[in-house]
Design a protein around this ligand. Structure first.
Ligand code: SF4
Length: 355
């Protein structure tokens, strides 16, 4: 049994069944999520027999660290799952804090044409404990406390709703990682039914929401994000406009600018029209495309990025240009199929191949 898959109530119940007092669960959670101790032998406030018994019953880890690729502004970690798949987690160094970008699925079924993760399709959902373990592993490898998490790694988090929800609950609970809900962001390609579910879910609707928009035109969006067929753009915007936001919170619209595809001034003007009078509800992140050798798209020049931004600013829409941190390690949202896959054979379930 993986201990990272338990919430407080479940663990209290479980330790009681093992003959221990329920408060022992709180002590264990304190070691794991506050001190990042993942060896029962070090949990000095538990008796020796209890420590021995717990080590036999519970495991902490199911991921194996495979590679770590540092760059000036990010570190990409590659882990192998028990069943042999490779997943990625990217630690991004911001000016005054660290942000961890976690994966929620192995691969992705959404099929965005500009995204290399889509090339391999969906292999499987990650379990809640595999998502939480990404945090624990990276935190143990890092001196500074990680306070921000973004679900922007491999996969569509809302397509793995229950596991992502459970992981979020570990992340924001006082007994868990105790992160502020404002510092956890779920980024989705815009699955309308799941967004409706999220809007009715007190826990999930209080974390930050980011939506990959990438085009204000239904047709083009359908081309580059085929899920638009079943999740029409207008309906998506209606759901976002009605989404119950905490006070002072806005929805981030992620817009990956791809040269000659969606970076024209007319696209910016259309985006202004799409947002309409709801400009206080949204902010736009403009992300110049992070080229991938396996895909036929390229990054626009800076001038057209600024031109795009200027149109939004001119219409009082908050728009920031975000250069994907971790470009050097190929770690950017939705573009996480990685250089390491040249080195490791994903389909061969993580078998290392000569390179
Ligand atoms: S961009 Fe995100 S949602 Fe689209 S295929 Fe890639 S991982 Fe999936």
């Amino acid at each position: 049994m993986n201990i990272l898959s338990f919430n407080r109530e479940e663990l209290r119940d479980r330790v009681q069944k093992l003959g221990l007092e329920p408060f022992r669960a709180d002590q264990i959670l304190n070691w794991v999520y506050k001190k990042f101790v993942t060896d029962f032998r070090e949990m000095s406030n538990l008796s020796k027999p209890a420590r021995e018994m717990l080590s036999e019953v519970f495991s902490f880890y199911s991921l194996t660290p495979v590679d770590k690729v540092p760059s000036s502004d990010a570190v990409k970690y590659i882990f192998q799952t028990r069943d042999g798949y490779l997943i990625e987690t990217v630690l991004i160094k911001e000016r005054d804090h660290l942000t961890l970008c976690v994966s929620s699925q192995v691969g992705c079924a959404v099929g965005c044409t500009f995204c290399a993760t889509a090339l391999d399709g969906l292999k499987r959902n990650l379990e809640a404990h595999e998502i939480v373990e990404q945090f624990i592993r990276v935190q143990q490898d890092t001196d500074t406390r990680i306070r921000n998490v973004v679900f922007m790694g491999m996969g569509e988090p809302l397509a793995n709703y229950d596991n992502v929800r459970k992981a979020v609950s570990v992340m924001v609970s006082p007994w868990g990682l105790d992160l502020s809900k404002r510092r956890v962001t779920v980024s989705t390609s815009g699955l309308i039914n799941q967004l409706r579910r999220m809007s009715e879910d007190k826990l999930m609707r209080e974390v930050n929401l980011a939506v990959s928009l990438n085009s204000p035109r239904h047709r083009l969006r359908e081309e580059i994000m085929p899920i638009t067929k079943t999740n029409p753009l207008r309906e998506l915007m209606d759901v976002l406009i009605e989404f119950p936001l905490p006070v002072y919170r806005r929805i981030t619209l992620e817009y990956v600018l791809i040269k000659g595809v969606n970076d024209d001034v007319r696209d910016a003007e259309e985006l202004v029209r799409l947002i309409g009078r709801h400009r206080k509800r949204f902010k736009v992140n403009l992300i110049p495309y992070n080229p991938d050798p396996a895909l036929p798209y390229s990054r626009p020049d800076l001038e057209s990025v600024y031109r795009f931004q200027k149109v939004l600013w001119g219409n009082k829409i908050s728009a920031l240009i975000r250069f994907s941190k971790g470009v050097e390690v190929f770690g950017a949202c939705g573009q996480l199929r990685n250089r390491s896959m040249v080195k490791f054979n994903l389909h061969g379930k993580g078998t290392k191949v000569d390179s």
